[in-house]
Design a protein around this ligand. Sequence first.
Ligand SMILES: Cc1cc2nc3c(=O)[nH]c(=O)nc-3n(C[C@H](O)[C@H](O)[C@H](O)COP(=O)(O)O)c2cc1C
Length: 442
Amino acid sequence: MNGQSSSTLKPMLHFGWFVGHGFGVQGWGTPGYALGYDWKKPALYQEAVRAFERSGLDLFIIEDSLTVPDTYGGTAEVSLAHASFAPKHDPLALVPYLLSATEHLGIVPTVSASFYPPFTAARLLATLQHFSEGQLGWNVVTSGSDLAAQNYGLDQQIEHDLRYEKAEEFVDVVRRLWRSWEPGAVLEDVAAGVFADHTKVHPINHEGDFFKVRGPLNTAPLPEEPVLVQAGASPRGKAFAGGHADVAIALARGVDGMKAYRDSIRAEAAKAGRNPDDVKVLFVLKPTVVGSTAEAEELRAQRRELTQRDIDSQLNSISYLSVIDFKRFDLDAPLPELSTNSNQGTLEHFAKAAPPGSTLRQILQARSGGAGDSIIGTVGEIADYLEETGAAVGGDGFLFSGFVDPVTVHSVLDKLTPELRRRGLLRTSYGNGGFRQNLLDF
Ligand SMILES: Cc1cc2nc3c(=O)[nH]c(=O)nc-3n(C[C@H](O)[C@H](O)[C@H](O)COP(=O)(O)O)c2cc1C
């Protein structure tokens, strides 16, 4: 394997891609949309994952959500005009196509611990993991949306920390179902006429606060469990990620913020009796690669000049993610202190894009102009950032976020990949140990 020791000055980093639009409309609002690719069909995503694997990425995470958001101004107008969060297809149905297009890339669909019955999740993921021969992951989310809850028989989503209690039980049940067949249970003894040894297949008889599941699972047992990915950023969310995740997805700004984030996840892992090196903390970054420093400055300035569409787009997203209607705030007044029962980490990250006391408009301008989780620069500038930040934070790597249309994918990776490899930051090959082992390579 080509991994470098983590004690060298320039550790190799893990890179992945996070598609925040899920199995949804790719490239809407960009000139590339006119090329006419079909976001509704697997071919577009198959082409993207082939590019990710050629580029040495370790994983591809597919966001998911379960609503047509209408929190912003009490209407779905912006969500639907901007194709933001809707429409979108079910990512689990896409997974077999992505597996058939790749051999090593981790494929990570999102699964909601709030709305999937754990038996269904365990069975679906086990089936897909058999197809994948060790490439599958699952992004376990707690789903903060009341709108989603209303699609599943509730009036509103349950309380924030209670959702994490439910998610803990969900993960526990899914894993116990996966382990309900002891190793060696499948005999396939043709002469004796015994396929499986019934003494090695056990009900789990789970009765908890949220779920009642008898088991055993009725799929074939798994040689290796899927990689668990988690993005909780609140204190309770970090405890959940530290306790269970192989990969923690993180939104954080600045070296100090990222270091503190990574340290807190690692501390939670240690508290849960795990080796902190078994959790890779990957920071989300949306790169825009341009030809020159002057062009980067020009683009940043241009993006700070917010259009009404930019304002609506950002406010519609944060309204959905926080379940707070941002239409009601004055753009030119300081944003008041806010709290949410939904995505707490994401709301805090949004508000902190500009210094305390900033107006809502200043926050939006800072975010558009590249405040932390978006970066505009030349290949060299972006590679410098990744190299310096990666080393200063102590690893583990980054998740590029963006659409997966060919224009976006190639504009980010075609020039950045060779430069990151030249610097020894990005893998040039994969071993044969599967997704989890790839994460543990360095
Ligand atoms: C980068 C990132 C990606 C996420 N992806 C999803 C997703 O696909 N679906 C979803 O329902 N929630 C998603 N979430 C929400 C988290 O999984 C988590 O449930 C949420 O942040 C609430 O946790 P917190 O209050 O601990 O921050 C994401 C969050 C972040 C920061």
